[in-house]
Design a protein around this ligand. Structure first.
Ligand SMILES: Cc1cc2nc3c(=O)[nH]c(=O)nc-3n(C[C@H](O)[C@H](O)[C@H](O)COP(=O)(O)OP(=O)(O)OC[C@H]3O[C@@H](n4cnc5c(N)ncnc54)[C@H](O)[C@@H]3O)c2cc1C
Length: 214
């Protein structure tokens, strides 16, 4: 299986960095092919703007979603986005590795989705290629994240509300929207409060999940 890990943490020694390294080692050891998009390391441009479109269909009014289709048709996709699109095409599974920031992706990861999942590539509004007809059908996606808050805070009774609501949002309007199948997530909650032994146990738990992914 070809696995792309889209990794968003600014510090290689972070726990997210360890989870990413563990995934690379474990999946490679299981015989899978692995590529990593280390977004901070490559200084990924997170903002979708008119700099991405050098051969515009409309130079007076900037309509990003229409310019995306135009860029696909003209083969005028920026080099950094093209590299990531090739990885998406290559991948059978995409793992998103990140810390929860403001109950969401870090901006750099959201910007990867904004700029790579083009209209005309990952979905096609004009041709209604969405969900079951999504162009990325047959591929799988998985969230692997850490939180600062303990699990109770992300429960139905907790102040943040049930984490499954957030997960379902990612799974449905992002992964399933483009045709991908969402795998169960792996989350490490309340990371700052965990002992070294508990952190090591979480790494072991993740390793077991990764070994069974095929
Ligand atoms: C802007 C911002 C917004 C945030 N919003 C939220 C939010 O909405 N909800 C929420 O819950 N949290 C939030 N947080 C907290 C954030 O989610 C946590 O800080 C983050 O998940 C912790 O993960 P980390 O990888 O950064 O860990 P780090 O803080 O980098 O943890 C490093 C620790 O892990 C240890 N470690 C690293 N590798 C290993 C290893 N192999 N084995 C054992 N120990 C290891 C290190 O020794 C170190 O002590 C926010 C943080 C920021 C900065």
């Amino acid at each position: 299986m070809n696995v792309l890990i889209v990794y968003a943490h600014p510090e290689p020694e972070s726990f997210n960095g360890s989870l990413k390294e563990l995934a690379v080692d474990t999946l490679t050891g299981e015989g899978h092919q692995v590529q990593v998009s280390d977004l901070y390391a490559i200084k990924w441009k997170a903002v979708l703007d008119d700099d991405d479109f050098t051969d515009r269909m409309n130079t007076e009014i900037f309509n990003p979603i229409m310019e995306q289709v135009n860029a696909v048709e003209k083969g005028a996709i920026p080099h950094d986005i093209n590299i990531e699109m090739d990885k998406v095409i290559w991948a059978d599974l995409i793992i998103f590795q990140f810390p929860i920031w403001w109950s969401n992706f870090p901006a750099i990861l959201k910007g990867w989705v904004d700029r790579v999942f083009f209209n005309g590539f990952a979905f096609n509004l004009a041709e209604m290629k969405l969900y079951d007809n999504g162009p990325l059908k047959g591929k799988k996606a998985m969230l692997s994240f850490t939180t600062g808050a303990p699990r109770e805070l992300y429960s139905a009774q907790g102040p943040h509300g049930e984490i499954e609501i957030l997960i379902n949002y990612f799974n449905h309007v992002l992964f399933e929207f483009v045709g991908m199948e969402a795998l169960p997530y792996f989350g490490v909650f309340g990371h700052g409060d965990l002992s070294l032994e508990e952190r090591e146990q979480k790494l072991d738990d993740y390793k077991e999940i990764l070994k069974k992914l095929d």
